[in-house]
Design a protein around this ligand. Structure first.
Ligand code: AP5
Length: 223
């Protein structure tokens, strides 16, 4: 199964993709995480994209395609299913993803849009903290660490993402509505789009997604 999670910044794509990947033994591809890993490693690509990302701007399609393709083809050799979070981001990237999957003999199965109003997202995102060592993600309001400022798993000092400032969040939201939302119409026409309300507690959202995936699997078996 190849699942794509859509949703505005802060809707919970990364959180849900991580939980579902573990639960269903699927690979998880997040282009945001891949780009941040390049920055952390200090590569030329990381240096080139850092300023853009901190301003909340999208990275050029050809760069994202390169990293997404490499990771997808590598992981699909080992796992027979995958969840994309943060990719594709515009109609041209949707075409790129279709091409990449074709190379691997696969195709998109299901797309889910996490639905939540913009008003709640600034409150959520300015409270996000993450662990630079093990990657765990926290939220000062909904999911705080046990000890203030430190990762529960490894004790590392938690950090705030450079693009979780109000100005950058507003820019990311604008891009989501202008560039990413048109993909949803295209997927709706392909009859693979489902919607889930994302302004509910994390386990409720996971349960709804799991149900949709199970329904897709049952239909697939019957087809
Ligand atoms: P990316 O990392 O993909 O960021 P994003 O799409 O803006 O999404 P976020 O990671 O901010 O939010 P999320 O929906 O994953 O929410 P999360 O689960 O973390 O991209 C970053 C940048 O990289 C882009 O701006 C761009 O520059 C570049 N980039 C990446 N992909 C690209 C592409 N394809 N093309 C071009 N450029 C690209 O949750 C957020 C917070 O809320 C957390 O604190 C979490 O604990 C909390 N939370 C989650 N769910 C709930 C809930 N149900 N209730 C309460 N709190 C919750």
């Amino acid at each position: 199964m190849i699942l794509v999670l859509f949703g505005p910044p802060g809707s919970g794509k990364g959180t849900q993709a991580g939980l579902l990947a573990k639960q269903l033994h699927l690979a998880h591809v997040s282009t945001g995480d891949l780009l941040r890993a390049e920055q952390k490693a200090g590569t030329a690509l990381g240096r080139k994209t850092k300023a853009l990302m901190n301003r909340g701007q999208l990275v050029p399609d050809e760069i994202v395609r390169r990293i997404a393709e490499k990771q997808t083809l590598k992981l699909l050799e080992r796992k027979n299913g995958m969840i994309f979070d943060g990719y594709p981001r515009n109609v041209s990237q949707l075409g790129d993803l279709d091409d990449i999957l074709k190379k691997a003999g696969a195709e998109l199965s299901l797309a889910v849009s996490l639905e939540i109003g913009d008003g709640k997202l600034i409150h959520r995102l300015t409270a996000r903290r993450s662990c630079p060592k093990c990657g765990r993600v926290y939220n000062l309001h909904s999911h705080p660490p046990a000890k203030s400022g430190a990762c529960d798993a490894c004790g590392e000092k938690l950090i705030q993402r450079g693009d979780d400032r109000v100005g950058a969040i507003e820019r990311r939201l604008e891009d989501y509505h202008r560039q990413t939302k048109p993909i949803l119409e295209s997927l709706r026409r392909r009859k693979m789009l489902k919607k889930v309300k994302a302004d509910q507690p994390i386990p409720s959202v996971t349960a709804k997604l799991t149900k949709l995936i199970e329904a897709w699997r049952n239909d697939f078996r019957l087809a």
